[in-house]
Design a protein around this ligand. Structure first.
Ligand SMILES: C[S@@+](CC[C@H](N)C(=O)[O-])C[C@H]1O[C@@H](n2cnc3c(N)ncnc32)[C@H](O)[C@@H]1O
Length: 211
């Protein structure tokens, strides 16, 4: 029998509590997401909560990147692909999905919103498989929170994004990791946009990537 919205929400809340466990660690975080049942619960919960910043992210990127049908975008820590949907609906057609949890990436494959797929942990010395200077823009929604992307993942974000003023990293949802709010430690110039938990209400744009 199909689950009710209340049941989904409760299970989703229980899942989120997982990340309050101090001993979970970064690997434990990925394992927690890497489960088909969790993918469905997570996806439906986000719908119930109307937590959807995808349109905002897509509009921000579209406002700053000239040719959105060609612009190469990375949806970092894509989860169940909600940002990919927003980008697709806005007209982006060259978006790659990345996540450390294979079950999440597998779900993204079914959506038709992405071009290429990458399953790998990023940060703590583990790198992305893409070449330097690959992407015109990167979205990163909901992954700069406790025990998700380590601050060291920023080096990889900076490496794969193209240098230049039109390149954007959007960190949506609460930025709990201070380094993400401050920016990256590289010499690349690009725009870095942080959105607070209330989304759109407080968009904080800064040019960064200073040494
Ligand atoms: C809260 S979800 C956000 C998903 C999606 N961006 C969204 O806004 O709905 C966080 C995602 O980050 C992924 N993740 C967390 N830490 C990661 C890491 N170090 N490397 C790769 N993926 C990671 C998880 O597997 C999970 O799918």
């Amino acid at each position: 029998m199909a689950k009710t919205a209340d049941e989904n929400f409760k299970q989703g809340e229980e899942f989120i509590q997982t990340f309050h466990r101090e001993d979970l660690g970064y690997d434990g975080c990925i394992k927690a997401y890497d489960d088909e049942k969790i993918v469905k619960i997570y996806h439906s919960m986000r719908e119930i909560m109307s937590y959807d910043v995808s349109g905002t992210i897509a509009n921000i990127l579209a406002g700053l990147i000239p040719d959105i049908t060609k612009a190469k975008i990375l949806d970092l820590a894509a989860g169940s692909g909600m940002i990919g949907k927003g980008l697709y609906d806005r007209g982006f057609r060259n978006v790659d999905a990345h996540d450390g949890a294979a079950a999440m990436v597998d779900y993204c494959r079914t959506t038709g919103h992405y071009k290429d797929f990458f399953t790998c942990f990023v940060g703590n010395g583990q790198t992305l498989p893409m070449e330097d200077d690959t992407y015109d823009g990167i979205s990163c929604s909901g992954a700069t929170v406790n025990i998700h992307l380590p601050a060291s993942a920023q080096r990889e974000i900076a490496r794969v994004i193209k240098p230049g003023g039109q390149n954007i990293v959007v960190n949506a949802a609460k930025v709990e990791i201070e380094q993400y709010a401050q920016g990256l430690g590289t010499s690349k110039t690009c725009q870095h946009i942080n959105m607070d938990k209330a989304q759109v209400r407080n968009i904080n744009m800064s040019t960064l990537y200073h040494n």
